[in-house]
Design a protein around this ligand. Structure first.
Ligand SMILES: Cc1cc2nc3c(=O)[nH]c(=O)nc-3n(C[C@H](O)[C@H](O)[C@H](O)COP(=O)(O)O)c2cc1C
Length: 314
């Protein structure tokens, strides 16, 4: 059976559209709306505490009987570099003051969530699909997800990652082109080597693996979806284009207006928010902080340092 039919069958899709999981930037109402329309909604659960994950899944279930996905960030080693933390705290101080906050979080800086607890919260609710990005899942986590009966979707930005994901047993692979909004999923090689445009990435990944490929990055309408399918993808995973939807109250009005009006605004890939490279609209913070990028701590420590500022600035 062709990969596209397999994916449509497993996900009960009427349309080749997957709402990208967007941590902190989508709502259960949006997830359910996409599933109800015959696409696949995805809960971006990576930045949620375990009890909030349970609540989000139950909210989606209350609004749809159709399938949906829950997405987590695969765990990465936490590197605590005291000098980089101090540099970041010093650089962040004026921004904290500007939005009316006093204290940049003090060491020990702890990411607010623990992957194993998040995964347990996800699996307790038995979601039909679990997707992830940033890495392979640890072997034991992968075993637990597959034992739960959930379909698994991993994220690749190059052929080596796609092959590694297939070998690890995923059921489908998101091919994330360099155009994609949000974090880069790269886990093999430097991220700069894997900013491959989606037009080039889809056919090489589709040619290298047997599992269905889902195209992500810069797809904004039916023309992009058609192009992705023509190149060998089985569906499109779309993020940015859903940010402005009325069901998406997670996106505040200023951010929404900024995205809807972004046609000629530059986007750039920086790691000044979370410590991990992500594509975002350039703003004053991005421009100023990027000058110090090499001195900043890695993900997820930088993310823990910027979190209160990001919330207040929003
Ligand atoms: C605001 C935002 C948040 C995102 N958060 C996640 C996430 O939590 N997990 C994930 O796997 N991908 C995340 N992504 C990346 C998407 O899965 C996808 O690769 C991307 O949205 C595709 O590009 P597009 O935004 O141009 O459609 C995010 C993207 C955006 C725009």
């Amino acid at each position: 059976m062709p990969a596209k039919d397999r994916l449509f069958g497993r996900l009960a899709l009427n349309h080749p559209i997957i709402l990208a999981p967007m941590a902190n930037a989508s709502t259960p109402a949006l997830v359910a709306a996409v599933s109800n329309e015959g696409g696949l909604g995805s809960i971006g659960a990576a930045r949620l505490a375990p009890d909030a994950i349970t609540t989000a899944i139950r909210e989606v279930r209350a609004k749809t009987n159709r399938l949906f996905a829950v997405n987590l960030f695969a765990p990465l080693p936490v590197i605590v570099d005291a000098a980089k933390i101090e540099t970041a705290r010093r650089l962040l101080e004026p921004y904290y003051r500007e939005v009316g906050l006093d204290e940049v979080p003090a060491p020990p800086v702890k990411p607010p969530y623990c992957f194993d607890d998040q995964l347990s919260a996800v699996l307790d609710e038995k979601p039909p699909v679990v997707s992830f990005t940033f890495n392979l899942l640890p072997v034991d986590a992968m075993r637990r997800v597959r034992a739960s009966g959930a379909m698994t979707i991993g994220t690749a930005t190059n052929v080596a990652e796609a092959r590694a994901l297939e070998e690890a047993g995923v059921d489908a692979i998101v091919a994330q082109g360099g155009e994609a909004g949000g974090h880069r999923g790269t886990f093999i090689g430097p991220f700069e080597d894997s900013l491959i445009g989606l037009m080039a990435l889809i056919p090489v990944i589709a040619g290298a693996v047997r599992v269905p490929v889902i195209a992500a990055g810069g797809i904004m309408d039916g023309r992009g979806i058609r192009a992705a399918l023509g190149l060998g993808a089985s569906a499109a995973q779309i993020g940015t284009a859903f940010l402005g939807c009325p069901e998406n109250s997670a996106v505040n009005p200023v951010y929404r207006a900024n995205v809807l009006d972004a046609a000629d605004k530059p986007t750039t890939i920086v790691r000044v928010y979370s410590g991990r490279y992500a594509r975002m609209i350039r703003n004053r913070y991005v421009t100023e902080m990027s000058a110090h990028e090499a001195s900043l701590p890695a993900y997820p420590v930088m993310g823990a340092l910027t979190q209160p500022f990001m919330q207040a600035a929003a």
